[in-house]
Design a protein around this ligand. Sequence first.
Ligand code: GAL
Length: 751
Amino acid sequence: MKKIIHLNSEWKFSPSFKTEFIKRDFNDFEFETISIPHTNKQLPYNCFDEKVYQFTSCYRKTFFADADLKNNRFFIDFDGVMSCVKVFVNENFAGEHKGGYTAFSFEITDFIFYGKENVICLEVDSSERKEVPPFGGSIDYLTYGGVYRDVFLRVTDSALIKNVFIRTSNVLDENKKLNIQLQIESSECFDVKLEFELSDINGAVIRNSSQTVKLNSGINGFFFCIDNLQNIKLWDVDFPNLYFVKINLVNNKIVEDSVIERIGFRQAEFTAQGFFLNGKRITIRGLNRHQSFPYAGYAMPKRIQRHDAEILKNELGINFVRTSHYPQSVHFLDACDELGLLVFEEMPGWNYIGDEEWQDNACTALAEMILKDRNHPSIILWGTRINESDDNDIFYKRTVEIARTLDGSRQTGGVRCIANSKLLEDVYTMNDFVFGLKQNSIWNMKDETAFLRRQKEVTGLETYVPYLVTEFGGHMYPVKIFDQEERLIEQALLHMFVHNTAALSETICGTVGWCAFDYNTHYEFGSGDRICYHGVMDMFRLPKYAAFFYKSQMPPEKNTVLEPLTRWTVGERGGGGVSPLIICTNCEAVGLKTGGKDYGMFYPAKETFPGLEHPPVIIENIKADWGGSWRDAEFTGFINGKAVITVKRAAAPVPSQLYLKADDEVLSASEADCTRCVIKLLDQYGAEMHFAYDVVTLEIDGACEIIGKKIFALTGGRSCFWIKTVFTKTEIKIKASIGTLVSETITVSVE
Ligand code: GAL
């Protein structure tokens, strides 16, 4: 029976590589002991040279192979190493992988020493090798370095199941169907029984079946069908119902291999008349996600990957994410499946297409992505073009063909920013940056084409085709939380207007904003400090005003939202005052009182934003005299005539609370687990003080590592750090202080 052993702990790391490190008896005593996920270089938050992580490093690890495993096969599985790696086992070369965004595996059976320690040695090249996508040209993001995703040792019997692909069909009928495609790799010829079991998420079995098959030595392909499945619940964005399919390979009553895939029954279709999920039209409201984090780069574990999906779905309330511009972590995708967050996953690359070797590597990465991820119900579209590259019919016919061969059940898209590009895919996916700051004030834009171009003008085609806007915003509105509030408001308005326009369009499936989170980037991009401030949230995943727009589109039953986009002060905006005051809310009405004056009730701006589920409330003419008396404000949100939420803003805010909170109270000691800790300086009404830059000192008790710093300055009144567990059960206590202002002590148990 197969055994999967996590190989994430107790690696030895050296930031350089020499061939002598491959030797079994090399003494790596002086190497640093690390755990995976690992970044080859902890980086500052910003203002650094991106060359600092572009070097070759060495990772070594020993493991013991029991003598009684002699008849088994051994594999080493990597979820992702940035960006090229050569793997050696007991001094033998086991294989090389190029490209940091996809999983790969090498069989190492022939190199194993039984009843002894075995030595794995990795030569990891994190430079930007021009034959490997996304490299070759310039790229607007950093790729970091190291063994940044999980590693496993897999011990199997002689025959094993691979490449399972489960397609659902007849999904909208009462009787649904499963089509199961798989391969069995065997070193001998014999008969085996394949058992299938479909169960619901709680393990209740829905259907069992089995079949005997003949195996030849080598790779055997099989196809099975299970139909007449009844009472199956569909997977969708509100009810992401999941099922398990278990496949056992049974030889002489012994289960030699077993694979469990989690699936969902759903039908997703981009059409010229919009996007349909299970036959129902929904407007896509999405954001792009980069998988990077401050300090650690890409090297964040399962919990943090999952947390990003939770932020997107539950905090921002979006229904769609594009994994720009590469395949992302299985943990992120698993969470998307569970949360009902639709995913557009795309092949790695950025604007540049290289030579033949490069294109071969790109095609390999695309195939690896699809083979690994095609059972995720959340994925509804494959990106088969290099983001924003020029047309290249030969190359893109090849990539589309790969996607259609490996997965005929999903449509393809290819993200471009050029008009009249040849449509080789199923969906014309377009980055539309027509609306930029250089144009007039956002308020003067009455013409809907100011925000999004018309489909036919872009495609140059005579008929409408499935059409999705995969980016907007971005470098048109870089925004920092400590920017002047008008700038933050404009970014929020841009997102509102674009989504509003898309929702009203008959021929646009939806829009995906650039982007969810700020990200570190190369010097050719961003604000010169190696950050693109394009996110609706910052790199810590803390909201800017535009995030409140997304949040406000959620149903109030899920989260009542009332966010005035203002610091409520007389002198922050050019010319002073706070009008027009935009309030992102999903309430039906908002009341404003200030200084004893009742301004009355204000209602969502339906005329300006007819396409939005919850248009913002806009209040004009709030009196604010320069040097005149300025008073506290009280905003009250009403639903069905009842006050449901109240938000106060201080006229004279003073630092009152140093807020410190960990996202999780319990972490695991059996892996390199992690949680984010958020720190904010708040005023007397709990509003963030965005112009505070005080120095915070942390006091930490209990065994853990900090990703971030122990003494740091607030950035726009806020900051974050991550606690990482060190395979030790403990209770971590943390307290933060700014002089005499001390936070509460938070406790995180590591169990
Ligand atoms: C797009 C590109 C993104 C990002 C964005 C900034 O052209 O696809 O990766 O660079 O611009 O606005």
